[in-house]
Design a protein around this ligand. Structure first.
Ligand code: URA
Length: 433
């Protein structure tokens, strides 16, 4: 078989066979197919798409490209969640302690930030001592004993995805439904969980910009999960503006603490409670979503939820004092106010620009090997629907960087100010079961 023939076939919109997909994934993982040919095939897939069978075969080939975690020693229905990527998305930090508290084992495999989107693993590393690399043994023991553990995409898990994701990031091929679906589902399946709740983000800060595309992505992933006997639910959520008010790493930890203490922003509280409730129901702890939600609301109100977060931090080697005293989190040396030069309502956001601005301030990586500045980030002072007067502070940039001109420009132009009130904002659009 020759890879150039596979590229030509997809270029002409034909379906690829399982053997051709295996040939590509095996060859690329081993380094026998070079980046330039893999890029050409990715671009052909981007433009011509894939049939359901091809996406299932691609997912399966990526799962088989590396190790698969055996979680059978963990009792109960193991649940995980995965977001398709957003700005200010700290939902995992909130749902892990909630779901674990009802006895459902949360075996969470998370990623680092990429492009304009943040990653849970980077955020947790803002907590002094927090270990995101656990041996398989420690991971399994922690889930068994405490019902919660988190690890990065470590070792030899879906190496094909690791290579392809980095290549997609620099070849304009991230926002493709077959490529996102196979990337996410291969990781979740290789990680060995029984049930998966997917947070499919749609809007200006997401890879899917339209509800139709988000729905198609959600349906594709749910179908893959169900065909492989994983109970899978997708929640389609709004990413037309960052979630909550904080975008970065340390400041997002602080905001997750606020949600679990009962003082969180409405949008992220709603999304977190919905996702936690679906995870708890899939894990068998409640009969329905309403019961689960009521329980979690009470847990937050009683102050128990924050104690479980503290425990989670401690189990993973982090300093639990940070949870009672977020002042211990890294702090930036500079705080720059970005002010409104127009009067009106915040009618929308280019949330991707907020993500890019945060990255420029040090909160993300321009290149894979860049170090993160945990203290860097952005605090939004205005969100969609709020009124702004001339000179009002729209957001505050936190940084240790010397030159912030471009980051300031990006953040300012991310806000769309209009004379018209944009109407009510929906946080959750649809649930695909
Ligand atoms: N998250 C992933 O893990 N993969 C993608 O392709 C997009 C978001």
């Amino acid at each position: 078989m020759r890879i150039v023939d596979v590229i030509n076939k997809k270029k002409h919109g034909e379906s690829l066979s399982k053997a051709e997909i295996d040939f590509f994934i095996e060859g690329y993982t081993k380094g026998e197919i070079p980046d330039y040919q893999a890029s050409a095939l990715l671009m052909a897939i981007y433009f011509k798409g894939m049939e359901a069978q091809e996406i299932a075969d691609l997912t399966d080939a990526m799962v088989r490209s590396g190790d698969q975690v055996d979680l059978s020693r963990i009792e109960g229905i193991k649940v995980d969640k995965h977001s398709t990527g957003g700005v200010g998305d700290k939902i995992s930090l909130i749902v892990i302690p909630l779901v674990a508290s009802v006895g459902v084992p949360v075996a969470k495999m998370s990623g680092r930030g990429l492009g304009h989107t943040g990653g849970t693993i980077d955020k947790l590393e803002a907590i002094e001592g927090f270990k995101v690399e656990l041996s398989n043994e420690d991971f399994i023991n922690n889930v068994n004993q405490y019902k919660m553990a988190i690890v990065g995409q470590s070792g030899n898990l879906t190496p094909a995805d690791k290579k392809l994701y980095a290549l997609r990031d620099v070849t304009g091929t991230i926002d493709s439904i077959p490529l996102i679906a196979s990337s996410i589902m291969s990781k979740k399946i290789a990680a060995g969980t029984d049930a998966i709740v997917l947070d499919v983000k749609v809007g200006s800060g997401a890879f899917m910009k339209s509800l139709d595309d988000a729905r198609e992505l959600a349906k594709t992933m749910v179908a893959i999960g169900n065909s492989l006997n994983r109970k899978t639910v997708a929640v389609i959520t709004n990413m037309d503006q960052p979630l909550g008010h904080e975008v970065g790493n340390a400041n997002e930890i602080q905001e997750a603490i606020e949600v679990l203490s009962g003082h969180g922003a409405e949008d992220e509280t709603e999304v977190a409670l919905t996702i936690a409730s679906y995870m708890a129901v899939l894990g068998g702890a409640f009969k329905n979503i309403e019961q689960a939600r009521k329980h979690f609301e009470a847990l937050i109100a009683s102050g128990e939820a924050i104690e479980i977060l503290k425990k989670f931090v401690q189990i993973q080697g982090g300093n639990p004092e940070v949870i009672s005293n977020p002042e211990l989190l890294p702090k930036a040396s500079k705080h720059i106010e970005v002010k409104a030069d127009l009067e009106g309502y915040v009618a929308g956001f280019d949330a991707e620009k907020i993500g890019i601005s945060a990255m420029m301030l040090g909160a993300g990586r321009r290149k894979k090997e860049d170090a993160i500045d945990f203290a860097a980030g952005i605090t939004l002072k205005k969100k969609i629907g709020e009124h702004v007067n001339l000179g009002d502070v729209l957001c505050v940039l936190h940084t240790n960087a010397d030159d912030t001109t471009e980051a300031e420009r990006m953040a300012r132009t991310a806000f769309v100010v209009s004379n018209h009130h944009p109407g009510e904002v929906k946080y959750i659009y649809e649930i695909i079961e």
